[in-house]
Design a binder for this molecule. Structure first.
Ligand SMILES: Cc1cc2nc3c(=O)[nH]c(=O)nc-3n(C[C@H](O)[C@H](O)[C@H](O)COP(=O)(O)OP(=O)(O)OC[C@H]3O[C@@H](n4cnc5c(N)ncnc54)[C@H](O)[C@@H]3O)c2cc1C
Length: 390
C-alpha cells in the first residue's frame, strides 16, 4: 500500500501545475506497478525488468538532458522524480539514476552532437540501456586516479583494467568506461553491446544487503576494443565527469529525502493503528518524540532539496552546496529509517512492511555518489580553504 505523502510545510504549494502532474504520474506508477510487486524481487535479489522498463511510459528519461527525445526536465521536476522513486523503491531508483542520470547525463553533457544523436534517442525510449563505469576495486573514493587505461591503436582504443559496482552493466547496451589514455588524459569510452565484446568479462556482485533488486557487476577489461569515435568528445579531465556527478549527486539528495519521507509515512500510519496497553502506540510520548524527530528531519531534507533546485535552475549550485545536501540528507535518511523500523517493532524487520527494505537501501545511498565522508571533506575544504583528503 502506498503511504499518504508527508508535506508539513506545504511545499506542494510551490509547484507549478505541470510539476504536480509529473509528480502524480510517477507517484501513480510507483503505487500501482512497483510497491505491490517489488519485495519478492528484492528478496530474491532479482532485477524486475518489466517494472523497470515500464518507466519508459513516463516523460522522465534523460532527466535534465534536453533534445534527442530526452525529457529536458527543470531541476525541481528532476528532483521530484527521484523523490517519488525513492518513496517507492531504491533499486528502481538506482536503475533509473544510472541509466538516465549517469549514462545519459554523461552523453548529454559531454558527447558531441553526433554522439548524442547516435545514442540518446534509443536510450530515451529505453530500447538501449546505459551504465557508467567509474569505480574500481582499488579506486573507489579516489576515482580521479583510475587505473584503467585506454591505448590508441589505429581507429580504436584498447581498454585494460577493472571496474566494480557498475549498476545495470549486465543489461547495458552502452557501457561508459572511464579511463586514462597514454598521455594520462582522462576519458570516457562508450563500449557498445559489452556482452558481445570478447575483451569484457562481467561478474555479478551477489550478497548485497541493500539495493538488492538492481544489478551491480565487477568488470574486467582485457584488450577490450572500442572505435575511436566512441570516446566522449567533451571530456578533457576528471573535472568534466565531476559536472555529471554534480547533477546526479543533486538528485541523490532527493532520493534520500524520498526514502526518509516514506519511512516516516509508514511509521505514522502504523503507530496510529497498532494498539498496545489498550491504546494506539501513537498516543505514547516516546513514540511521538520519534515521529516528531523524523518529521523535523524529513522537513529539513525537503527544504534543502527545494533550495538546491532553485540554485540548480540558476546554474548557481556549487559542488560544496550539493555535497552539503548529499552529506546531510544521506545521514538523515539513515537515521529516519532506523527510527521507523523501531516504531514498527518486530514488524519493522519484515519486508512486507517496506521499511526494512528502505532502511537497507539507505545504507547504499550513504556510500554511493561520493561517500558521506568524501562529501563532508568537500564541504570542509570549502569552509576552511584546506584540503583534508590526502
Ligand atoms: C549499490 C551501489 C551502486 C553503485 N553503482 C555504481 C555505478 O553504477 N558506477 C560506479 O562507477 N560506481 C558505483 N558504485 C560505487 C560507489 O561510487 C563507491 O562505492 C563509492 O565511491 C565509495 O568507494 P568504495 O566503496 O571503494 O569505498 P572506499 O573509497 O574504499 O572508502 C572506504 C571508507 O573510507 C572512507 N574514505 C575514503 N577516502 C577517505 C578520505 N580521504 N578521508 C576520509 N575517509 C575516506 C570512505 O568514506 C569509506 O567510509 C556503487 C556503489 C554501491 C554501493
Amino acid at each position: 500500500m502506498a503511504a499518504i505523502p508527508f508535506d508539513l510545510l506545504r511545499l506542494d504549494d510551490l509547484l507549478s501545475d505541470e510539476q504536480r502532474r509529473l509528480r502524480q504520474q510517477v507517484r501513480q506508477y510507483v503505487a500501482e506497478q512497483v510497491l505491490p510487486h517489488i519485495n519478492p524481487y528484492w528478496e530474491r535479489a532479482e532485477f524486475p525488468q518489466e517494472m523497470a522498463f515500464g518507466l519508459k511510459e513516463l516523460p522522465i528519461m534523460g532527466g535534465m538532458v534536453s533534445g534527442y527525445g530526452c525529457a529536458g526536465l527543470d531541476a525541481l521536476s528532476a528532483g521530484l522524480v527521484r523523490y517519488e522513486l525513492g518513496r517507492g523503491d531504491g533499486s528502481i531508483g538506482t536503475f533509473y539514476g544510472v541509466h538516465s542520470g549517469l549514462a545519459m547525463g554523461s552523453i548529454g553533457l559531454l558527447g558531441s552532437e553526433e554522439q548524442k544523436a547516435r545514442w540518446l534517442p534509443a536510450m530515451a525510449r529505453l530500447e538501449k540501456i546505459g551504465a557508467f563505469g567509474l569505480s574500481e576495486p582499488e579506486r573507489g573514493s579516489d576515482a580521479a586516479n583510475v587505473l584503467t587505461t585506454a591505448r590508441r591503436d589505429g581507429n580504436s582504443y584498447v581498454l585494460n583494467g577493472q571496474k566494480r559496482w557498475i549498476g545495470n552493466a549486465a543489461i547495458a547496451n552502452y557501457l561508459i568506461i572511464w579511463a586514462r589514455d597514454e598521455a594520462g588524459q582522462f576519458g570516457g569510452f562508450v563500449v557498445e553491446e559489452p556482452q558481445e565484446n570478447p575483451g569484457v568479462q562481467m561478474r555479478p556482485i551477489g550478497g548485497k544487503i541493500g539495493k538488492r533488486a538492481v544489478l551491480n557487476a565487477e568488470i574486467t577489461l582485457q584488450e577490450a576494443r572500442v572505435p575511436a569515435a566512441n570516446r566522449l568528445a567533451g571530456v578533457r579531465s576528471f573535472h568534466d565527469v565531476s559536472r555529471v556527478l554534480a547533477q546526479t549527486r543533486y538528485t541523490i539528495c532527493w532520493e534520500a529525502a524520498g526514502i526518509a519521507a516514506a519511512c516516516l509515512e509508514y511509521a505514522l500510519d502504523y503507530a496510529k493503528k497498532r494498539q498496545q496497553f489498550g491504546r494506539p502506540i501513537a498516543g505514547f510520548q516516546l513514540i511521538q518524540q520519534k515521529l516528531v524527530e523524523m518529521a523535523a528531519d524529513v522537513t529539513q531534507m525537503q527544504l534543502l532539496c527545494f533550495r538546491l533546485a532553485q540554485l540548480m535552475a540558476q546554474g548557481a549550485a556549487s559542488s560544496e552546496m550539493i555535497s552539503l545536501g548529499k552529506y546531510s540528507n544521506a545521514a538523515k535518511a539513515r537515521r529516519v529509517a532506523a527510527l521507523a523500523r523501531e516504531i514498527l517493532g518486530g514488524n519493522g524487520i519484515l519486508l512486507e512492511n517496506h521499511v526494512a527494505r528502505l532502511m537497507l537501501d539507505a545504507e547504499a545511498i550513504y556510500t554511493y555518489e561520493g561517500s558521506n565522508e568524501i562529501n563532508l571533506l568537500i564541504v570542509g575544504r570549502a569552509l576552511t580553504g584546506i584540503s583534508a583528503f590526502g
